[in-house]
Design a protein around this ligand. Structure first.
Ligand code: FE2
Length: 192
């Protein structure tokens, strides 16, 4: 897996410091991608040598590093420093499934500010009920639904906001909500 490039600069978000975004991208995200690739290699080596003594540890690490790498890729892609409004088919679906865009926003912000400990707020589509739903992912890999396709991902790990917002998760959540690139969310939705 390769890191995705950013189509904005580290200092483009007026509510995030350059240090925050640089550290988040170059240290945290890079670490997950490198470790994900490493554990894939370790699993390949385990298969080649037919030695699965450490399989439990490897599988746990695969889920942790893989989920971290994938969620950071989705997150960095679905935010933008330029104001982009929700529109088109994804807006219509949000209004249908959450009654209104405002009630969706209230639920989404409430969701990510009430995650126990570290985690992610994720808007996605559940094929089995043909609806958009919002899930909380504690850490990276817990509370997942395997047919859940992430459309919009917000990082609510402490490293994403603490430098700029200290403990004010709600202020961070609201600013980040206004930074969503709905063009990307719409594209993901159309590609389902
Ligand atoms: Fe992060």
């Amino acid at each position: 897996m390769e890191m995705i490039p950013l189509d904005y600069n580290y200092n483009d978000f007026d509510f995030l410091s350059e240090e925050n975004l640089r550290n988040h991208y170059e240290v945290l995200y890079k670490g997950y991608v490198n470790n994900y690739n490493k554990v894939l290699e370790d699993l390949k080596f385990a298969r080649e040598t037919n030695n699965f003594t450490n399989i439990k540890c490897l599988e746990k690490n695969l889920a942790f590093q893989g989920a971290g790498a994938v969620l950071h890729e989705l997150f960095f892609e679905n935010i933008t420093p330029n104001k982009v409004e929700a529109k088109g088919e994804v807006l219509e679906k949000i209004e249908k499934d959450f009654e209104s865009f405002d009630s969706f926003k209230n639920q989404f912000i409430s969701n990510i500010t009430n995650i126990e400990g570290s985690g992610w707020g994720i808007l996605g589509f559940s094929k089995s009920i043909d609806k958009l739903i919002i899930l909380q992912a504690e850490k990276h890999q817990d509370q997942t639904i395997w047919d859940f396709v992430p459309l919009l991902v917000i990082d609510i790990w402490e490293h994403a906001y603490y430098l700029d917002f200290i403990t004010d998760k709600k202020a961070y959540a609201e600013k980040m909500f206004d930074s969503i690139n709905w063009n990307v969310v719409e594209k993901r939705y159309k590609n389902l």
